[in-house]
Ligand binder design. Structure first.
Ligand SMILES: C[S@@+](CC[C@H](N)C(=O)[O-])C[C@H]1O[C@@H](n2cnc3c(N)ncnc32)[C@H](O)[C@@H]1O
Length: 216
């Protein structure tokens, strides 16, 4: 199998505009209306929840192999895998009763969940698209206007990435919102991987970074 390449970037550290961009998003609410198609998807996700049962969100779950693993790790929780790619979700493995996948756009989903008062127990962002070019800064979740909504969902937040700049910026953006995000370098064998991208990057010998924060 061909080795994966690391994200190619001209950035050697956090983007010089990161602080301004994150501060603006933290101060002013995102104005763009939610897409009409997102509301039924959000309602579908809501049907999987049970009162009092903790929620684990696998945001950008791809083919939901990680959703299955999380459901096994946390059998007392409802695990929701969300992804916008129908092609990826079609490859979802058989899931146990406590796991569900929904096709949805995360920028809308997080806003709707926040608006509906959801509180998460755990929240995973496993290998989000890195958007490594400096001009793509605002597409990274921590520099995206949805950032305050994502944080408002609370719980134990965990980002994993093979893009060191992403992890560093993510931790800085958490600090700007008053949270402590510790960056760790993960060392794991591909067979212990939580998701297919993690397995692929581990096989390719990449350094893998994890940022964890307790959002309360
Ligand atoms: C690099 S893949 C990682 C997949 C999986 N988490 C893993 O680690 O194997 C990123 C995933 O995020 C999804 N994604 C990217 N932007 C999204 C968005 N705005 N809304 C929903 N899903 C999104 C993509 O469809 C893709 O499946």
């Amino acid at each position: 199998m061909a080795a994966s390449r690391l994200p190619e970037t001209a950035q050697t550290g956090p983007h010089p505009r990161l602080g301004d961009v994150v501060a603006r998003h933290l101060q002013s609410p995102w104005q763009r209306p939610v897409h009409g198609y997102s509301e039924p998807a959000f309602e579908q996700a809501g049907l999987a929840l049970e009162p009092g049962r903790p929620i684990v969100l696998d945001a950008g779950c791809g083919n939901a192999v990680s959703t299955l693993r999380l459901a096994t790790l946390f059998p007392d929780c409802t695990v929701l895998g969300i992804d916008r790619s129908a092609a990826r979700l079609e490859r979802t493995p058989p899931l146990p009763d406590n796991a569900h996948v929904v096709r949805a756009e995360l920028g809308d989903f997080w806003r709707l969940a926040h608006g509906a008062g959801w509180r998460l127990d755990r929240h995973y962002l496993l290998y989000p698209n890195p958007w490594p070019k400096p001009a793509q800064l605002r597409r990274r979740w921590h520099a995206h206007p949805v950032w305050p909504h994502l944080l408002a969902l609370g719980g134990k937040l965990e980002l994993r990435t093979n893009f060191a700049v992403y992890a560093e910026e993510f931790a800085l953006a958490l600090a700007m919102a008053g949270h402590r995000g510790d960056v760790q370098v993960l060392s794991l064998l591909p067979e212990q991987a939580l998701s297919p991208f993690e397995a692929k990057y581990a096989r390719s010998g990449h350094d893998l970074y994890c940022v964890r924060a307790c959002l309360g």
